[in-house]
Design a binder for this molecule. Structure first.
Ligand code: B12
Ligand code: SF4
Length: 498
């Protein structure tokens, strides 16, 4: 069958700092192609709607799948589904991905028949049975499927993540993927899932707190096949198991692969496994995101981060000693007042690291979606991108955004301060010489994208599609109720695989 896979446009944050290849979609494409289907991918993060329209009319797909890792992309995806059905009424249109797995029924209803099905959970084990069922008629028995008629069997989970190989070769604009100065940049997955259970995050609920590792040989072979000199490691928390990080490092040393890497990890993991991170600096580890989330113990407890402020500060020292550039993430609570923003600005200016701010957002799949006692002020999907306030702010909303953007701008100026600007110009020169302009554009775009008036105006847009209402609970009780993939289903699948 002919399958067209689509990734929606970039969200606000990605307009500036980064834009990365849709690895999940490439893996779904890989699985379908391995089974003999003809597959194409259009990534609207890096290309326009015209290219998509051209593909629909020239390729004439039998099925079209849209990736919805982000809630904020849902209205756009419904629009794409309507357009696809208008152009090709017989084409089977389906959605899949992280966020849509938590709101499948609502989205199907909102799409009013333009979306035939939503696939909950991992896409690789579902896509081939789905395409076969579409061809033969009757998709209701496909694991993970949800249609307007109801739910199919529980989503199936891959036993191991060594295959399928992501279909990176299908991406036609690979040079447009970058993160900061790592331009161009590819992505890779070493592990899947997260064993922690932070209250604001849905990474653990999606995978049912499971954790799987790629074999070092597969990681080495994949990296050897990646042409880009820079690689973003998409793992939620890199190098939780030191022996795994070491084994991949040994494989790269054996293959003499050296690239520049960006990864994301936790402070306690960096403190515990410092030697692994050190070994990776020799292989090219240059940047890391550290999800600090809060600078005080009270905030860390609230988010159930299970680290102390002291761990966080010690981790920063370790990273500095290893020569790794760190971007810290802090969660802004809509309850913050001007004084609180001032304290955070002071903190951000006092450390050499880049500080990123995200706004505390309860969204489906997270525990705080159920337990947050403040009422939502909006249910517009587009505002659930952790850059907008969706619960009442203590400050008037316009003042809140002014403070938020002022804090981000101060940090950005520091990031591009004189010392960094000299470094940035050097990198810029080298990138431009190679025809890479993503990093250059990022430097100039900040004020246009991060703008309090723009953020405020986003709240005034007419709303067509809304999130469902949360049930308000003081405690979710058995947290396994939040899972997309359950261990029981995984055990059953593993049994079937043996
Ligand atoms: C890597 C990552 C990123 C990367 C790259 C994302 C990209 N280009 O796709 C970067 C750093 C750019 C990023 C940015 C953001 N991210 Co992010 N990101 C992740 C992370 C850690 C892993 C995603 C990943 O690549 N996994 C590996 C691949 C193989 O899996 P996958 O993409 O999930 O795909 C699988 C399934 O979802 C499914 N699937 C996916 N697509 C499709 C399509 C079809 C048709 C089917 C059938 C199945 C299917 O099958 C795939 C294979 O199993 C997830 C957390 C997580 N563990 O999922 C958060 C996460 C998805 N991000 C999140 C957020 C909030 C953001 C930002 C909004 C943050 C910000 N500060 O603004 C931005 C917005 C980015 C944008 N689109 O513009 C939230 C989503 C929240 C929400 N409900 O909307 C998550 C869940 C993290 C969290 N803490 O809760 N992110
Ligand atoms: S925030 Fe990080 S450590 Fe916490 S559950 Fe999510 S991925 Fe895991």
């Amino acid at each position: 069958m002919r399958l067209l896979l689509v990734h929606p446009s970039a969200l606000m944050y990605s307009e500036i700092f980064l834009r990365l290849e849709p690895l999940g979609l490439e893996r779904v494409a890989g699985a379908a192609r391995d089974a003999g289907h003809e597959v194409r991918i259009v990534d609207l993060q890096v290309t326009g709607r015209r290219e998509l329209a051209r593909e629909i009319t020239s390729f004439r797909p039998d099925a079209l799948g849209v990736s919805l890792n982000y809630l904020a992309n849902i209205p756009e995806a419904i629009g794409l589904a309507h357009a696809a059905k208008r152009a090709l009424p017989d084409c089977f249109v389906f959605f899949g991905g992280h966020s849509v797995s938590f709101v499948a029924e609502d989205v199907l209803e909102q799409a009013e028949g333009s979306v035939d099905a939503v696939v909950r959970g991992e896409g690789e084990p579902a896509v081939v049975p789905l395409l076969e069922a579409v061809r033969d008629g009757g998709v209701d028995g496909v694991p993970g499927i949800v249609t307007l008629r109801g739910h199919g069997p529980q989503p199936r989970m891959l036993h191991g993540i060594d295959s399928p190989v992501p279909a990176r070769d299908l991406m036609r604009h690979r040079r447009r993927y970058f993160i900061g100065e790592l331009d161009p940049c590819a992505s890779i997955e070493f592990t899947r899932g997260c064993p922690w259970d932070c209250s604001f995050c849905s990474a653990w609920t999606f995978y049912g707190r499971s954790y799987r590792k790629v074999s070092p040989e597969t990681a080495g072979a994949e990296l050897a096949g990646i042409r880009e000199p820079n690689v973003f490691i998409v793992d939620d928390v890199a190098f939780i198991r030191p022996e795994h990080g070491d084994a991949i490092a040994a494989e790269l040393e054996r293959r003499r692969i050296r690239k520049r890497y960006y990864l994301e990890t936790r402070s306690d993991v960096l403190l515990r496994n410092t030697e692994v991170f050190q070994r990776w600096t020799r292989l090219g580890l240059k940047y890391m995101f550290l999800g600090m989330e809060a600078i005080d113990a009270e905030g860390l407890d609230l988010y159930r981060k299970r680290v102390s402020p002291d761990d966080n500060f010690r981790a920063l020292e370790v990273a500095r000693r290893l020569g790794i550039n760190v971007a810290i993430n802090l969660i802004v609570d809509p309850a913050w007042d001007e004084e609180r923003f001032r304290v955070v600005r002071e903190f951000a200016l006092s450390v050499p690291e880049i500080v990123h701010l995200t706004v505390m957002t309860p969204y489906p799949g997270t525990e705080i979606w159920h337990t947050e006692s403040r009422r939502l002020t909006t249910r517009d999907y587009r505002l659930f991108d952790i850059q907008h306030a969706v619960v009442p702010t203590t400050l008037p909303l316009d003042v809140f955004y002014r403070e938020l953007v002022k804090t981000q701008a101060v940090i950005n100026r520091k990031h591009l301060g004189l010392r960094t600007a000299v470094g940035a110009l050097r990198v810029l020169g080298a990138n431009l010489a190679r025809g890479q302009t993503n990093f250059a554009r990022m430097l100039w775009k900040f004020n246009r994208v991060y703008n309090p008036e723009r953020q405020l105006a986003d709240h005034r847009r007419p709303v067509r599609y809304q999130l469902p209402l949360p049930q308000h609970l003081s405690d979710v009780g058995d947290r396994r109720k939040l899972y997309v993939h359950t261990r029981a289903a995984a055990r059953r699948d593993a049994g079937q695989a043996e």
